[in-house]
Structures are given as C-alpha cells and as structure tokens.
Design a protein around this ligand. Structure first.
Ligand SMILES: [Zn+2]
Ligand SMILES: [Zn+2]
Length: 258
C-alpha cells in the first residue's frame, strides 16, 4: 500500500474521512513506513499499542504452549522427554516440532488475518516469536509449507512463505521455497478424523531436489492434526533429508483422542 492517494485527496469532508480511515488501515496492516512513524492500534481491540501490533492486555491473552511437550509433536506432556501416545502408536516422519503458542484467541484471528491478506502488519511480530522458538535448532535450511498453485493464484501469496522469508533473515538460514511442490489441492481438513486426514494428504507433495543429509526446518502457521506436516516430512525424507523439524506459530491442543 503506497501513499499516492494523498495527492488525489479533495476538500470533501467524506473524502477526507475516507482518507484518514485508509491511513489508519495502512498504519495497522500495511505500510511498514507508516508503522514506524506513529503508534499502532491494537490489532484485536483497537486501543493504542505503542510500536507493537497488540496492546499489553491483548498480548497477555496469547497463550504460550506449555512445556514440557512431546519431543516429536510438541503436545504438552506431564513429563519431559516422553513421546505422546499417538507418536508412540504411529511415529510421524518428522523428528521434532517447535511452537511458541497454542492456537486460540486472539492468535487464531491474527493467523486468519494473515491468511486472508490483512495481517501483514503482524508478520514481524510472528517472525520474532517463531525465531525465539526455533533459534536452538541446528537446521541447514528453511522450507515454507507450499500452497497448491491454484490456491497461490487465488490468494496471491503464501503466508508460510511470508513467515519463512523473515525467519530466514532472523536465523541466517537459506529459504528453499522451490524444492517441494504441492500437486494435490487438499480440501479443508477440519472435521475429518485423523485417518481421513492422512488419506486426503497422501501423495500431495513432490520433492524436486536432492536433500541428502540435510536437516530441514519446515515453517507453517498452524499445526492441527499434524497429518499434512507428516506427509511433507515423508516426501522430504524420501528425497534424502536426514532430519525434519517443524516450526509452527501455533499448535492446536487435541480435544479428543482419535
Ligand atoms: Zn488490545
Ligand atoms: Zn507426540
């Protein structure tokens, strides 16, 4: 979003009001130039938020993922270093998962805004949270969860790519955006049971590079059942990856066993 509309503003009060709304919108969501110039309003409640996207009260509602967690899928566990029941029964193809937050209000709304192209003002904040969770991981490269090309054409961007790009700069790691292709446009998996989710994503990805010996850090916004990330890891391991770690902004907590 640029500032070219300033030149076309007239004296009409309605137009001026519209202009100020657009500036507020730009400061809140769009222009990093404007964000640096004056305080932001809180993404959730609209109160003053200083230079952060959330005011202190709303930031306090973002729930950290409790530790310790399952070493493989990060599900909160009572004891450190113990695999959860699901990872014991059916070990995923990925080796570890890191997530700073639980997927709940207000993070859910922030993630959805990012997905729908309204949350670019939040990206920096999200990248910092991801970097904090992933800093100790000795990975060789980052790989954003790919979108199917049809979805990419609809949206015009991939939110996982936006996160991975910032994270690459933060962690000093290369972003390998072109090595994994999503051949199947998997429908929304919400509401499906674990077995159905796995069937839906089976064969959805194709790795077109040799990843022999590499530790790949897969970046995505949310981990729900982990079925999609498991299928990604399967493809990466087939391509030679030695280790696959997931780094996601938020993880859902399993409400009921499958
Ligand atoms: Zn707030
Ligand atoms: Zn687990």
């Amino acid at each position: 979003m640029g500032l070219t509309f300033v030149k076309t503003a007239g004296d009409d009060p309605g137009e001026v009001a519209g202009l100020s709304n657009r500036i507020i919108h730009a400061a809140r969501y769009g222009s990093s130039v404007l964000r640096g110039l004056w305080p932001q309003t809180c993404f959730v409640c609209g109160e003053r938020a200083g230079r952060q996207p959330l005011c202190p009260a709303c930031a306090a509602q973002v729930r950290a993922l409790p530790a310790p967690g399952c070493p493989c899928c990060a599900l909160p566990m009572p004891v450190a270093g113990v695999l959860c029941g699901r990872c014991q029964r059916r070990p995923p193809h990925f080796d570890a998962t890191h997530a700073p937050f639980i997927y709940s209000h207000p993070l859910r709304e922030m993630v959805l805004a990012l997905k729908h192209g309204q949350g670019f003002g939040l990206t920096g904040w999200m990248v910092q949270a991801l970097a904090g969770a992933g800093r100790g991981v000795a990975a060789d490269c980052l790989l954003p969860m790919p979108l199917h090309r049809r979805r990419l054409a609809e949206r015009g961007f991939n939110q996982a790519m936006e996160l991975a790009r910032g994270l690459g700069r933060e962690l000093g790691l290369p972003v390998r955006a072109q090595v994994l292709l999503r051949d199947v446009d998997t429908r929304q998996l919400a509401g499906l049971r674990q077995r159905e989710r796995r069937r839906c994503v089976r064969g959805a990805f194709r790795c077109v590079a040799d990843l022999s010996g590499l530790h790949v850090l897969v970046v995505d916004d949310v981990m729900t059942s982990g079925a999609t990330l498991d299928e990604v890891a399967r493809s990466l391991k087939q391509a030679g990856a030695a280790r696959v770690t997931n780094l996601v902004l938020a993880r859902t907590l399993r409400e009921r066993p499958d």
